[in-house]
Design a protein around this ligand. Sequence first.
Ligand SMILES: Cc1cc2nc3c(=O)[nH]c(=O)nc-3n(C[C@H](O)[C@H](O)[C@H](O)COP(=O)(O)OP(=O)(O)OC[C@H]3O[C@@H](n4cnc5c(N)ncnc54)[C@H](O)[C@@H]3O)c2cc1C
Length: 573
Amino acid sequence: MQELETDLLILGAGGAGLFAALHAHAANPTLGITIAVKGLLGKCGCTRMVQGGYNVALAAGDSVERHFMDTIEGGAWLPDQELAWRLVTGAVERVHELENELGCFFDRNPDGTLHQKAFAGQTFDRTVHKGDLTGIEIMNRLAEQVWARGIRRLEEHRALELVRARDGGRIAGCLLVDVRTGEFVLARARAVVLATGGGPTMYKYHTPSGDKSCDGLAMALRAGLPLRDLEMVQFHPTGLLAGPHTRMTGTVLEEGLRGSGGHLLNGGGERFMQAYDPRAERATRDIVSRAMFAEMRAGRTTPHGGLYISMAHLGPENVRREFKGMVERCADCGFDLAGGRVEVVPTAHYMMGGVEFGLDCRTELDGLFAAGEDTGGVHGANRLGGNGVANSTVFGGVAGDEVAEWLALHGELAEPDRATVDGAIAAALRPFEQPAGDLHPIREELHEVMWNDVGIVRDGPGLRRGLGLLEALHERLRVTGVSDATFRFNLTWHDWLNLDSLLQASRAIAYAALARKDSRGAHWRDDFPQRPDLGASAFTRIRFDGGQHSLEFVPVAFTRVRPGATLLTKAAA
Ligand SMILES: Cc1cc2nc3c(=O)[nH]c(=O)nc-3n(C[C@H](O)[C@H](O)[C@H](O)COP(=O)(O)OP(=O)(O)OC[C@H]3O[C@@H](n4cnc5c(N)ncnc54)[C@H](O)[C@@H]3O)c2cc1C
């Protein structure tokens, strides 16, 4: 095992990780900063995949109060209101920083102002974008800036375990494995930022990038940290459905399609959304996904078992111009988005839940900061489209500022707890000691269990069955080995490690979903369909300790506005 030392270790290189690096460097250019990332810096993670865009209240007629109210109501009154306020106010600053300091250039109106498009679930068109491939613009500029600053990069290095100090009181670093050589690396750090981006890839249909397997959440659970809102998994209504033979199935067709007036049709060619919500296709993602699931359950499906999105009534030329990337993606799979119909299915997209963190991005463990999709509390029960990349860039920057300040006052390198390191290495090597088996059926079964029992519509018996199946699957994984004994670029080994993280996170999701006996936002219980008392809203806090989950409900503090009230003036409302 190699050992290295750094002042600040950042795990993950999406919007959150790269912003953390840039801000920490700006605050103190002498800091030794190391980014460890599972893939290639700039090329992996979901920030690069952002299509639709970035929510920010800039236009006349819009306001941060309105953005805040949309976020709180969209999140079914479960968000932490201070975090949500920081999101909406920080987004204004961050978008200017992206354009004026980092070199992004977003689409504009003829008068030179930023063009902002419609996204579902919002009372104002506030989504800034670069065509329909916004994330590429953001990630390319962020990566260039990081390269230019000489920040140390450990690419294709996978974080395996957070390592506490020997006395347990603070972070001492992280155990990594170099994917290329298979060598373990103990990165000792004075502070760590966790930014590995969640990612619900345990569902049959899912959108996130293949490098995301909830590693950060699994590491946080194993480190005994509290995670909140894990039952809140967002399904995006329009995942491409192109059959089981292609990995394109499940990838997302952006929200702007519905935002701009696209229609959803059932297998019989009928529009159905008006029957479920007065906003029809522009209702929030949770409502639309559930309505689609109901149509599918009723058997009104397309040849592949999904539904259709139809844009042709908006004019094929307009659609081609406005949604070039989406039209090309659909054409690759044999669909004509501009003039015909495309088969779609709700697809697991985002985890609202994650590690509990504060306004300064600190976690319960001293010296460990967290930002982006690994964290919980900003979105509550449902995330608005366009608030995801805002979250990762706003809080990534905050984490960088705060960790630099913290490092100025604290933090000698702590002596790592060697027992944790040894235990984590033994756990990672486990598949080499078991009889070789096939991981494929384990993954397939995981996908099915999560889709059927812990998916869009849930109930007690299904969740209990799901939890049992997940535990059994996890046990099966533990006794399944990999046949190829090499450590170098052994993707089967990494697949095993991915499944281990996914199973750990899935069990926590199912556990939290079973505990929450109400229906709100992304969490729908058929056995508890009644609308909850919003004034008594409480979030789930889950821990994994001594091999067991424990869970408590924590009341939401309505620090800015109570259910039924608004921050908007009468005229603005
Ligand atoms: C297809 C798609 C479209 C989207 N469109 C939008 C949109 O239009 N608007 C919007 O607001 N949001 C959108 N989102 C959501 C948005 O992408 C995310 O909310 C946000 O980018 C997450 O940023 P992040 O930095 O937390 O994570 P990511 O950008 O996903 O970065 C995570 C990083 O962690 C690394 N990593 C993972 N595991 C490990 C490990 N074990 N060790 C080391 N590194 C690790 C990954 O390689 C990656 O570099 C979209 C998501 C998808 C999938």
